[in-house]
Design a protein around this ligand. Structure first.
Ligand code: AK7
Length: 293
């Protein structure tokens, strides 16, 4: 495992590359089939030549990053995700760039994107949904413990490993609240209540998203979906939460969703309490691995 563990300089040194030449380049990889397509570029299966390690290589076009003014977001993602080590968080091993592109070296998730699985089966069994929600709660507890808030938890940002574990990917919208708090320390005196509160309650964003995700896993659609964007907005603000009669979902699952989708972020069920909720305890596979059948 040449790529896993340690930083890029160490890895390259351990591969016997001269100390002065430390960066990854495209030549270090054999490129395979495309795995996915996104707004900013494509993802390819790739193999690091010296170690034979299989990875996913995300290719981003600098011109598009510049045009959308998200370079700082990408830098933040790399800084944050490089330091996260959790079985339910997709590893970011490193990055490199050339004239026109930026490349992210990512852990390969063999079973691909979760939203495609959801499309295929319409909705998940309670066992499968609970296993994923418990794994995601553990990953988010880990992130929040490091003062990292993902802020963009949705099926498109979740991948499934060969073993069937769920992995959070794409930290492009994440923030590191600790550094924000530190930089704000001296000026706190001048902040209005909504900003002071937002610093402490930001983590509640991920609990809300987990509630939306739990609903979507069980019903196949997000809870506040509407034809018009403005209607979705209204339904979210009102927390207009309805549970359709079909598919049949247990009252324990509905209870958990109702406790996460609470308007006041400080009143949302804390993530460690999500793990203790009867629906999770009774349905989630403790290994975090969903096995079909
Ligand atoms: N089977 C993108 C655009 C703009 C970003 O895309 C940030 C990512 C992980 C990703 C998953 C890649 C492994 C796969 C698979 C697949 Br399919 N990976 N196995 N797909 N991390 S995509 N990050 N970041 C991103 C920005 C920003 F500039 F706005 F921040």
């Amino acid at each position: 495992m040449a790529i896993a563990g340690g930083n890029q300089e160490e890895e390259k040194a351990s591969l016997g590359v001269p100390a002065m030449e430390m960066r990854w380049t495209l030549n270090d990889f054999d490129i395979g089939k495309p795995l996915g397509r996104g707004k900013f570029g494509h993802v390819y299966l790739a193999r690091e030549k010296k170690s034979n390690q299989i990875v996913a290589l995300k290719v981003l076009f600098k011109s598009q990053l510049k045009q959308s003014q998200v370079e700082h977001q990408l830098r933040r993602e790399v800084e944050i995700q490089c330091h996260l080590r959790h079985p339910n968080i997709l590893r970011l091993y490193g990055y490199f760039y050339d004239q026109s592109r930026v490349y992210l070296i990512l852990e390969y998730a063999a079973k691909g994107e979760l939203y495609k699985e959801l499309q295929k089966c319409k909705y998940f069994s309670e066992r499968r949904a609970a296993t994923y929600i418990a794994s995601l709660a553990r990953a988010l507890i880990y992130c929040h413990g490091k003062h990292v808030i993902h802020r963009d938890i949705k099926p498109e940002n979740l991948l499934i490993s060969m073993q069937g574990e769920v992995k959070i990917a794409d930290f492009g919208w994440s923030v590191h609240t600790f550094s924000r708090r530190k930089t704000m320390c001296g000026t706190l005196d001048y902040l209005p209540p909504e900003m002071v509160e937002s610093i402490e309650h930001d983590a509640g964003v991920d609990i809300w998203s987990l509630g939306v995700l739990c609903y979507e896993f069980l019903y196949g659609l997000p809870p506040f979906e509407a034809k018009q964007h403005s209607d979705t907005y209204r339904r979210i603000v009102k927390v207009d939460l309805k549970f359709p009669p079909i598919p049949i979902v247990s009252s324990a699952a509905k209870d958990l969703i109702s406790q996460m989708l609470v308007k006041d972020s400080s009143k949302r069920l804390a993530l460690h309490k999500v793990l203790e909720h009867p629906w999770i305890v009774q349905n989630a596979d403790p290994s975090g691995i969903y096995r079909a059948g």
